[in-house]
Design a protein around this ligand. Structure first.
Ligand SMILES: Nc1nc2c(ncn2[C@@H]2O[C@H](COP(=O)(O)OP(=O)(O)OP(=O)(O)O)[C@@H](O)[C@H]2O)c(=O)[nH]1
Ligand SMILES: [Mg+2]
Length: 602
């Protein structure tokens, strides 16, 4: 476990190679466990995955978890399957918000920790300081004395080297492996206890259907045997284990039986869900269902209602949409789906913008057309008072940007917790900021720091509602009619702001075609043709300098939109639009709001 990009999946590669899981000449991709298309494209882990290596006579099951905060639910679930954790920390970046989040969870679960200071080969590595920062983090999280007494290993995961001093690495991972075997105990179990295994994940196989992934706590599970299936609703059914697999490196291999500590996949339970227990048929004892952190962010997801609906995707119905969302819920414990007042729209709740954007991205690749609303934070009543989620934010910027970042975050009600200057020209600042204030912040932050700043955030706790917050300071340029954008019109509009669309793109009334440099929205005609004259077009016409359009990615679009806007997502396009497309109706809404405001006595 670690913060994003600190090298977990790379370390697993090295462990797989060094344990002889591959043939010497075998072609194996880097970060082989990151097997999903989106994982490879984004270069991050999204789903936790398990693998296993044989070290001497010991089988070690390994779970590689994602480091991005939005996928924290995967980490929490992974923790229910392990007997110890490797905490990876980048030797230059040090502990970051997600390091804190995952360590807190591991300490709560009372799991032994081995600290791996990774990437010691970096030119800017500062391993001694980073170790001190980790000690501080343990103290800060109220770790017990025994917990603070963790072993430390230094590593270069990319080369597959490890050692007990940062400048003395062995040419293999032996020092790490030794420490791991000495620190993490073998699975403990009661030999008298009947079979008990918790379903922690799901998968599907084209041959045998749904697979339940589970860790065996006590007893032995056998292929072909009758078991008790303790369901989430409290009922107990009988089922037969039709197939049983254990993991070896990247493969699932059939097994006849598996004992305590094993992580197995089994078939035979058609609609099993996460959190259910597989137990002894004669003496079923369900395990308690562990809860994971609640979602803190929501978006609405509905069918595509734009004038271009149905032209680019083949999955456009409400029943198809809800069916797909429900299927997602089965395997993803940190998501929730709720109905809304509209029968074609649902609210999807999750941990963060990236998690929700990844779901939408996967659906669009499957052929769905969707309308996605502005991300909103979820609030909660605590002691009769409205509370909102607050995030811990770590920001790294070149010193000259300290001022502007401080300003930006104070507008968003951020409170500085700490500022450290490593003396390298860069500063690290830590803030607590209402999650609401972070929606749309990344774009502004990157613009203001000329792309140099780095920021990470993770849920910290709930705080009483902080009152009104400033959002995006600019308005939108909104198309006032259907048609294709023309170079002529765009050349004129680019003086007003920056455009998301280029010539020949199809537009409709109410579609957001660009960002207005001024605060209010502006209806524009982006389809205007140059008036034809008798003269042949002079060459100067063709030389109009068009600034290339700035199409927004899905995540950027979700960050950008305001309350009265939403995003149209199809397999081919991402379009920003007004919720209310008709310019006349939008005008009426604006004037009614204004009248109401004027009518309220100050
Ligand atoms: N210099 C250096 N780079 C490393 C080392 N280990 C990993 N990297 C690089 O760091 C980047 C991130 O590595 P990953 O293994 O994907 O990191 P991760 O922790 O699995 O990331 P997430 O799963 O997305 O949280 C890759 O470009 C690796 O090549 C190392 O020891 N030294
Ligand atoms: Mg990874």
């Amino acid at each position: 476990m670690a913060h994003v990009d600190h090298g977990k999946t790379t370390l697993v590669d090295a462990l797989l190679w060094q344990s002889g899981s591959f043939r010497a000449n075998q072609e194996v991709a880097d970060r082989v466990l990151d097997s999903m298309d989106l994982e490879r494209e984004k270069g991050i882990t999204i789903l936790a995955k398990n693998t296993a290596v044989q070290i001497g006579g010991t089988k070690v099951n390994i779970i590689d978890t994602p480091g991005h905060a939005d996928f924290g639910g995967e980490v929490e679930r992974g923790l229910t399957m392990v007997d110890g954790v490797l905490l990876l920390v980048d030797a230059s970046e040090g502990p970051l918000p997600q390091t804190r989040f995952v360590l807190r969870k591991a300490l709560e679960a009372r799991l032994p920790v081995v600290l791996v200071v990774n990437k010691v080969d970096r030119a800017d590595a500062r391993p001694a300081e980073v170790v001190d920062e980790v000690y501080e983090l343990f103290l800060d999280l109220d770790a017990g004395e025994a917990q603070i007494d963790f072993p430390i290993v230094y590593a270069n995961a990319r080369e597959g080297w490890a050692g007990f001093a940062a400048d003395e690495l062995a040419p293999d991972l032996q020092p790490l492996v030794e420490t791991l075997l000495a620190t993490v105990p073998a699975p403990s179990y009661d030999p008298e206890h009947p079979l008990q295994a918790l379903v922690t994940n799901l998968d599907a196989s084209p041959y045998v259907g749904r697979l339940a992934l589970l860790r065996v706590r006590h007893g032995t599970i056998r292929k072909g045997e009758q078991v008790a299936w303790c369901r989430a609703d409290g009922t107990i059914e009988r089922a037969r284990v039709t197939e049983l697999y254990v993991t070896e490196a990247l493969d699932r291999v059939p097994a006849d039986e598996a004992g305590p500590g094993e992580i197995v996949a089994l078939a035979g339970l058609p609609d099993v869900t996460i959190g259910e227990t597989i137990a002894d048929a004669a003496d079923p004892r369900p395990l308690p269902v562990r809860s994971v952190d609640e979602p803190s962010l929501a978006v609405t997801v509905g069918i595509n209602t734009s004038p271009l609906a149905g032209t680019e995707g083949d999955k456009v119905t409400a029943s198809g949409l809800i069916g797909r969302l429900e299927r997602e819920l089965v395997g993803n414990v940190s998501l929730r789906v709720r109905p809304t007042a509209s029968p074609d729209v649902w609210e999807v709740q999750g941990r963060g913008e990236l998690q929700l954007a990844v779901l939408v991205e996967i659906m669009r690749r499957e052929g769905f057309e969707l309308t996605v609303g502005k991300p909103e934070v979820l609030t909660r009543e605590i002691d009769g008072k409205k509370h909102e989620p607050v995030e811990r934010v770590a920001i790294d910027v070149p010193e000259e940007y300290i001022g502007v970042v401080t300003q930006l975050l104070s507008l968003r009600k951020g409170r500085m917790q700490q500022m450290v200057n490593h003396g390298t020209g860069w500063a690290r600042m830590e803030y607590l900021v209402p999650a609401r204030g972070l929606i749309g912040f990344r774009t502004e932050f990157l613009t203001e720091t000329r792309g140099a700043g780095i920021m990470h955030h993770v849920f910290e706790h709930w705080e009483p509602w902080h009152g009104e917050l400033r959002t995006r300071p600019t308005g939108s340029l909104v198309a006032d009619r259907r048609g294709r954008a023309t170079a002529f019109a765009i050349a004129a509009l680019q003086e007003r702001g920056s455009l998301f669309v280029g010539p020949r793109e199809e537009l409709y009334e109410g579609m957001v075609v660009g960002e207005n440099a001024r605060g209010e929205d502006l209806d524009v005609n982006a389809t205007k043709e140059k008036k034809l004259t008798n003269m042949r077009s002079s060459s100067s016409d063709e030389l109009v300098r068009l600034i290339p359009a700035r199409p927004l990615s899905l995540e950027q679009a979700l960050e950008f939109i305001r309350d009265d806007e939403c995003v149209e997502v199809t397999p081919k396009s991402i379009r920003l639009r007004k919720v209310e497309l008709s310019a006349t109706k939008r005008q009426t809404i604006v004037s009614r709001r204004k009248r109401e405001r004027d009518a309220t006595p100050a």
